[in-house]
Design a protein around this ligand. Structure first.
Ligand code: NAD
Length: 317
């Protein structure tokens, strides 16, 4: 496929993530065709995107080299899948997180596109061999798992199906880089990919420490937000260790490796998130932030504002 054929991307499913992908791809100059199986939904998505692009332009946070009007001109909406797929070299699926729905969507898509078109799924929790089980030519399939909200949190995990061709991973990596995302490649599929596995480890130990009466919900969150998280916004755990001993990682392990091993062997079993004890942890959280819509929405807005500021800081460094 020549680069002149690689101008159009189809986004299938126009919910939260579909709209975000459409904005990200348009910011990189791609024509983006948006399809949703709910009639009128894709058109509504563009109205919503217009509002967001105008606000981002106003806040000087618009991504890419094009202005909001130019980016909007790259978007089009479809209620018909065949028309939405015409001319696309890359399809990003963003439908409900249900295996049967995704499998049947990919079957439909495969019938309508050429054999070189890359089929990419946004799934958070399903492994590629299940998502693409009903696709005939699986060498062009992969998962491109974004993090919410993708406009500010740029990581994309590229996860291959066992049959995915190397050039499909490379092309997707190049597309994601071109649009300003930060792609990482998994070498093989694994449940939870990388991000959710690391996140699960953090959740498990945080939960156990609260459950065992070692620390409060409020304070374990501070351990992350005022401690580990300060570094992790810029450098990961591997570089953190490398920099935390005078002679780098090997030296770090000489100094701290045994201590880490000792602590790791003291970790308890997987917590029971549904027990009576779990209820008291949930109550403790809800005393800090009640779980009604008003309180949650206010905190979500605060989170997104802070992420926007952090994204700006990262862009400037
Ligand atoms: P959503 O419910 O907001 O949107 C799903 C959209 O898909 C809806 O507009 C729906 O009408 C449409 N749809 C459903 N079936 C369809 C079909 N057969 N054909 C076309 N359109 C169809 O969901 P979301 O939060 O945008 O999530 C989409 C995907 O992204 C999921 O796989 C999810 O796991 C993944 N994801 C979500 C997040 C997140 O934080 N929300 C983060 C990373 C990945």
């Amino acid at each position: 496929m020549s680069s002149s054929d690689m101008k159009t991307i189809t986004v299938v499913g126009s919910g939260l993530i579909g709209r975000s992908w459409a904005m990200v791809f348009a910011s990189g100059g791609y024509n983006v065709k948006i399809y949703d199986n709910q009639p009128g939904q894709a058109a509504k998505a563009i109205t919503e995107i217009r509002k967001q692009l105008e606000e981002l332009e106003e806040a000087h946070m618009l991504r890419g080299d094009l202005n909001a009007t130019q980016q909007l001109a790259l978007l089009s909406s479809y209620d018909d899948l065949a028309r939405a797929l015409e001319g696309a070299f890359f399809v990003q699926e963003c439908v409900f997180e249900q295996l049967e729905v995704k499998q049947s969507v990919f079957q439909d898509i495969e019938r309508l596109v050429g054999k070189d078109v890359i089929l990419s799924s946004s799934t958070s929790c399903l492994v590629p061999s299940n998502v693409f089980a009903k696709v005939q030519n699986r060498s062009r399939c992969l998962v491109s798992h974004p993090v919410n909200p993708p406009y500010y949190v740029k990581l994309v995990e590229l996860v291959p199906h066992p049959e995915t061709a190397a050039n499909v991973m490379d092309t997707t990596h190049a597309v994601m880089t071109k649009v300003g995302q930060a792609p990482v490649c998994l070498k093989r599929e694994i449940d939870g990919f990388a991000l959710n596995r690391v996140q699960a480890a953090i959740i498990a130990e945080s939960w156990r420490l609260v459950q065992d009466g070692v620390i409060s919900v409020k304070d374990i969150d501070l351990v992350m937000s005022e401690g580990l998280g300060m570094r992790y916004a810029f450098i990961g755990p591997m570089e953190t260790m490398h920099l935390n001993a005078p002679e780098g990682l090997e030296d770090y392990m000489k100094r701290y490796g045994q201590g880490i091993t000792r602590v790791l062997t003291s970790f308890g079993p997987v917590p029971d998130f549904f027990s009576e004890g779990a209820k008291s942890i949930i109550n403790e959280m809800c005393e800090l932030i009640p779980s009604d819509q008003q309180h949650l929405s206010a905190r979500i807005e605060r989170r997104d504002q802070l992420l926007m500021g952090l994204a700006k800081l990262k862009k400037d460094h």
